[in-house]
Design a protein around this ligand. Structure first.
Ligand code: PHE
Length: 338
């Protein structure tokens, strides 16, 4: 094909395309394809033109300019057509705008912040560990060997890699003792963890497969159960926003503490024989074996540890009856706690 045919074809197709564009994106695409300064069709044609011998230039110059002008004109009118379409679109200026609803901090995060604040004020370091955890830190270093029946108490999500989703924040204790063993950390220390844990459990009003735990532990000299009780009461008063809380300790077995306890908190409603107690946390004095495994001499150092479910605590604080509120998507529940 000669240049004349090329120019005529460009004019016909280009004008057709520009007349057909229906939105800003296709208008821009057509502009680039036909009038683009770097690789548009007109640019190619102008290059072909300038390669022509002088006498032919005279013949084609006029046609070239005419096609160029026609395409530019078509571009402009397409642009105006689209702008007009926007202006003519029906806009109801009186339509009410949906009201902005300020967001709010999740009730669990509110209680977590209160807890971190009170522990920071007692000189604790706030730390966390990974959700995907090694057997060693979740179980092994906590005196729960592979064949120990205590593993059955926490139904575990195992991963095909041999790792697991941590079943409790005590895994961070496991990591801490490993840190002492490797010389990265030395007692005394006070640490608190607030984080998600996972159990292979059927979900109902008081159980969820994903929940939040608070774990606190201290290793120092001369630590006794009295320090443990005092710390737990201080924490619960701060988290429940009460001046004082009644708790009771019941002996309980956890492989990594000795002695071990479960702690119940007295619910506000009901006095005397009508008082109701709710089980809230596990705790105890860190087992000498756990300390020894971590390279800490139990003759010299003692410690306590406790772990509690933050959802339970928040349910007590706000008198919420169903744990599914926290991870559910129904904002009507959560919006009550702004
Ligand atoms: N990790 C225990 C649990 O999840 C709780 C606990 C923590 C008990 C620390 C004793 C000491 O059941």
């Amino acid at each position: 094909m000669g240049l004349r045919e090329d120019l005529e074809a460009a004019k016909a197709t280009g004008l057709g395309e520009l007349a057909a564009v229906a939105d800003a994106a296709s208008l821009e695409a057509a502009r680039v394809a036909w009038l683009g300064a770097r690789s548009g069709r007109m640019k190619e044609l102008k290059e072909a033109f300038s390669a022509l011998p002088g006498d032919q230039k005279r013949e084609f110059g006029r046609v070239l300019n005419e096609v160029d002008a026609a395409l530019k004109e078509a571009f402009k009118s397409a642009q105006e057509r689209l702008a007009g379409a926007v202006q003519d679109a029906p806009i109801d200026l009186t339509m009410p705008v949906p009201a902005h609803r300020p967001g709010s901090i999740h009730p669990i995060s509110q209680v977590a912040a209160d807890i971190e604040r009170v522990f920071t004020s007692m000189g604790y370091e706030v730390i966390d560990g990974p959700h995907v955890e090694e057997d060693e830190f979740n179980f092994g270093r906590l005196n729960i060997p592979a064949d120990h029946p205590a593993r059955d108490a926490q139904d575990t999500f195992w991963l095909s890699t041999g790792k697991l989703l941590r079943t409790h924040t005590s895994s961070v204790q496991g990591r801490t003792y490993a840190g002492v063993g490797s010389g990265a950390l030395t007692p005394p220390f006070r640490r608190v963890v607030v984080g998600k844990v996972f159990r292979y459990e059927a979900v109902d009003a008081t159980h969820d497969n994903t929940f939040t735990q608070v774990e606190g532990f201290v290793v120092d000299k001369g630590i006794t159960v009295a320090h443990l009780v005092g710390t737990i009461k201080t924490m619960l008063a701060a988290a429940l926003k009460r001046d004082d809380v009644d708790i009771r300790l019941r002996p309980h077995f956890f492989p990594f503490v000795e002695p071990g306890f479960e702690v119940d908190v007295r619910l506000l409603h009901g006095e005397g024989r009508l008082a109701k107690w709710m089980e809230l946390l596990g705790c105890g004095m860190i087992h000498p074996r756990v300390l020894t495994m971590g390279g800490i001499d139990p003759e010299q150092w003692q410690g306590f540890a406790f772990g509690l479910g933050l959802e339970r605590l928040t349910m007590v604080r706000h008198q919420i009856g169903d744990i599914r509120l926290f991870n559910g998507a129904d904002l009507r529940g959560l919006r009550q706690f702004t």
